[in-house]
Design a binder for this molecule. Structure first.
Ligand SMILES: Cc1cc2nc3c(=O)[nH]c(=O)nc-3n(C[C@H](O)[C@H](O)[C@H](O)COP(=O)(O)O)c2cc1C
Length: 182
């Protein structure tokens, strides 16, 4: 099983990154191969709605998204992580998501996802627009959301690392998703 972690936060070693690392470690415990992508390190330009991808099969923008789409197609389970920024995902994550417009998204049917969403506010409800947005996208594309790790009340850099219960939950999510694959 191939597992791809995708980090939408610019803070390396921050809350999203730390939680996704735990999910990936859990999947590895169950024998999966893992890879982690940091969106902030890639060149992913916003969709221009030119429809070139639908006409030619190639995006008009020559950036890192073509390779990332292929990596996504080659993976069985995606760990998608973004913190909440103004009730939504980060700009890096939204630019990435908009680029799913490419017809290669037809190959996303049947892919599995674990969502990882830390947020500073003390209530899960502040993540509801982001969770709802992603659930609708997944339903539309036939992607299966297997687990969500929503972590309210974390603001400071890497603060989730102090919460052993949360880390355990993240690790378990990765382990179980890999064990139950197939
Ligand atoms: C630009 C910006 C906007 C934010 N907006 C929200 C918000 O609307 N609701 C919230 O609960 N937290 C908000 N936060 C706090 C982050 O979600 C929180 O610090 C999170 O743990 C960051 O995760 P990271 O360490 O992976 O970057 C915001 C942070 C930033 C930098």
């Amino acid at each position: 099983m191939q597992v791809l972690g995708i980090i939408g936060s610019p803070r390396l070693g921050g809350n999203t990154d730390s939680l996704v690392d735990e999910v990936l470690a859990g999947a590895e415990e169950a024998g999966a191969s893992t890879e982690k992508i940091i969106l902030n390190k890639l060149n992913i330009k916003p969709c221009q709605a030119c429809n070139t991808c639908h006409k030619t099969g190639q995006c008009a923008q020559k950036d890192d998204m073509a390779d990332l789409l292929d990596k996504m197609l080659q993976s069985d389970l995606w760990i998608l992580g973004t913190p909440i920024y103004w009730w939504g995902p980060t700009a890096q994550f939204k630019a990435f998501l908009d680029r799913w417009y490419h017809p290669k998204h037809e190959g996303f049917k049947g892919k599995r996802v674990i969502l990882v969403i830390p947020l500073g506010g003390g209530n899960e409800k502040y993540a509801r627009h982001t969770v709802g947005l992603l659930e609708d996208v997944f339903n539309y594309l036939g992607i299966q959301l297997v687990e969500s790790v929503i972590a309210p009340g974390f603001n400071r850099y890497g603060e989730v690392k102090n919460d052993s219960g949360l880390l355990k939950k993240a690790r378990k999510a990765g382990k179980e998703a890999a064990e139950n694959f197939g």
